[in-house]
Design a protein around this ligand. Sequence first.
Ligand SMILES: [Zn+2]
Length: 257
Amino acid sequence: MTFIPILAYHKIQKTFDFSVTYITPRKFEAQLKYLVDLGYESISLHDYISKKNIYGKKVIFTFDDAYASVFEYAFPLLTKYNFKASIFVITQFVGKPNRWDYNFLKKGLGHCNWQQINTLASKGWEVGSHTVSHPNLKALSDSQVRYEVNTSKSILEDKLQKPINIISYPFGKYNERVLEKVKEAGYLCGCTLGYNYPHDQNFPYAIFRRGVYLAEPFKLFQLKLQNSRLSHLDDVKQKFITFCSQGSILLRYFKSI
Ligand SMILES: [Zn+2]
């Protein structure tokens, strides 16, 4: 099997914010154009784990948090270039503003509502869980983990009227205990961020993805599509970002006291 890059995006927006997790629609379109010119086609995570449509140049687009900007900008652009994506929804925040990303200018950024998520699903996008409330699952008790993974799954299944069996771990964080609960809940795969244990990309409950961020030069995006020694340096950086992503929670904490 040739290497299939699995890209992780968050917000696609024109407006500036202090988080590192957004890119502009213009930059996003340049990436899509580049992929089309090279002959890339998108596949789903379901394809990936069942080894369907995996030959040739394939790429997987994923979006964590289900921001409204994904519906507004990413969806039309991906459609324009004939790509589909997977979106991971935090059920408690559907149709509501974001409360965990510290933002100096705005109170919070909107999330897709159920109608938008349903539209994406009807257009062939894969929908998965990103838990109920976006906690660090590693820090929760067994029953809290069970609540986050099971309840988000059943809410999504109820709202979309289809089985939901993919999950993305908030902040990319998980451990053996979390994986166990995710398997028990009936998920077929789980996505993390950055290169992580176990390093085996055939292990479906810790699929590593490469985050795409605003400040990165185009050359780095090109590297993310490869399985070279140099591109693994980017994975080390991703690991660092994942580690620091709890920083926004700390800021929130200091703001609240
Ligand atoms: Zn998230």
